[in-house]
Write a new protein. Structure first.
Length: 199
């Protein structure tokens, strides 16, 4: 039951993008089309899930035992950068069109505050609901971060769909482009706040 609560809370209630405002740069930059938003979401989900697993193990089995917790941010950025390079190489081979569509935003996943923020949040949150803290925490941490990444992707794809619809509508000249995108994003964030009563 705890896993279901963690998933609902991470995807809808505490959406990392719409309530914590982590990852706004790709949210606004890659959300012109649903296809590119979905591709970026998939890449972010993959990187966040793997980086959480690796950074959690790194924190509790290397940094803390050696007493070098102060190196956490640097170590996490190195892990995330390596994973993003791997995703970039895979996407270039599997889907060159998606690789081209994502452009500069793909390598920017390394500096996406959503990825680093979730890695740090996961090791700082105490997911212990009882029992041995390390293995239980690892499973719950991976579930939390993956659900948060799915919430990020859901928000991006919904926002991209709304932006595609806005292109077909007659928007006043003063609101075209970034202004209407920001207004739409704020309305989407308000809509997600309605899920707060679920958990």
């Amino acid at each position: 039951m705890e896993y279901i609560i963690i998933i609902i809370a991470a995807v809808f209630v505490n959406n990392v993008l719409l309530s914590q405002f982590l990852g706004i740069c790709p949210f606004l930059g890659v959300s012109n089309k649903i296809s590119t938003a979905a591709g970026m979401s998939g890449a972010v989900v993959f990187v966040i899930a793997l980086s959480t697993l690796v950074t959690y193990l790194l924190q509790y089995y290397v940094l803390i035992p050696l007493g070098i917790e102060f190196m956490q941010t640097v170590a996490f950025i190195l892990v995330i950068a390596a994973l993003v390079q791997m995703v970039e190489i895979i996407l270039k081979k599997i889907s060159p069109s998606l690789y081209q569509a994502l452009g500069i935003f793909l390598p920017l996943i390394t500096t996406n505050c959503c990825v680093l923020g979730l890695a740090i949040i996961v090791v700082s949150k105490e997911f212990a609901f009882g029992g041995d803290p390390h293995m239980l925490n690892l499973a719950e941490s991976v579930v939390y971060s993956t659900a948060s990444a799915v919430g990020f992707g859901l928000a991006m794809v919904l926002f991209a769909g709304l932006r595609e619809q806005l292109e077909l509508n007659n928007v006043p000249k003063a609101f075209k482009g970034t202004p209407i995108a920001l207004i739409t994003a704020s309305i989407l964030a308000l809509a997600f706040m309605g899920f707060a009563g679920l958990v």
